[in-house]
Design a protein around this ligand. Structure first.
Ligand SMILES: [Zn+2]
Ligand SMILES: [Zn+2]
Length: 207
């Protein structure tokens, strides 16, 4: 956001920006989230040094600029200030930390399992979602290669934005698949699971 200042009889053109830098140490200070170009800062200091401006006036100039521009930002973007001021250390993050650690453990188990499945697909022929058995090469369950390279999201994103993060289906050996199916089979043989219609997994009886 460009602006003009009259300083010592001269017009100075400056630039105010929002959301470029969020320095942690400034999170409780007025002006957090805002950046002013360095030439403006130097001009203001120079004007103070040369006696054209009082320090309070310079402070007021910046405060006014930010509050005028701030109204525009408030209208156009709804800022989640709790998130902006958090560096993974707020009360919400602390409350969700144990859950987050569970997610990280699940995530790395998931990524490792798919890497193992990629290395020896014959060992892991199947993959189950909550209630469906797939072949492990079914497009519905196979993670895209890049998603295995990703790191789990950070605590701050987990706590403030993502809420509950689901980790996808795990590839399974023949034996694990049979155990899973028998756990979901009633005493009279009723099945509490489905076989995917897209990949039609062929499962023997496990013997
Ligand atoms: Zn937080
Ligand atoms: Zn499938």
């Amino acid at each position: 956001m460009p602006f003009e200042l009259k300083l010592a009889g001269q017009t100075h053109e400056g630039e105010l920006a929002f959301g470029v830098a969020w320095p942690r140490s400034g999170r409780d200070s007025p002006g957090f989230g805002w950046s002013v170009d360095a030439s403006t800062a130097l001009k203001l200091l120079e004007a103070i040094k040369d006696g054209h401006l009082e320090a309070e006036q310079a402070q007021q100039i910046l405060t006014d600029l930010i509050s005028q521009a701030g109204e525009l930002v408030d209208e156009s973007r709804r800022i989640d200030w709790a998130y902006a001021r958090c560096f993974g250390d707020c009360d919400l993050c602390m409350r969700r930390k144990a859950k987050y650690e569970g997610y990280v453990a699940k995530y790395s188990a998931w990524a490792q399992a798919w890497e193992a499945a990629g290395a020896s697909p014959d060992r892991y022929p199947f993959a189950m979602t909550k209630s469906t058995v797939h072949r492990s090469d079914c497009g519905i369950v196979t993670p895209a290669p890049y998603s295995l390279q990703h790191k789990p999201i950070d605590l701050r994103t987990f706590a403030h934005i993502e809420g509950d993060v689901m980790v996808g289906a795990l590839p399974s050996t023949r034996h694990e698949t049979h155990v899973w199916m028998s756990e979901r089979t009633g005493p009279k043989g009723g099945r509490n699971y489905r076989l995917c219609k897209t990949c039609s997994p062929e499962i023997d009886d496990g013997r």
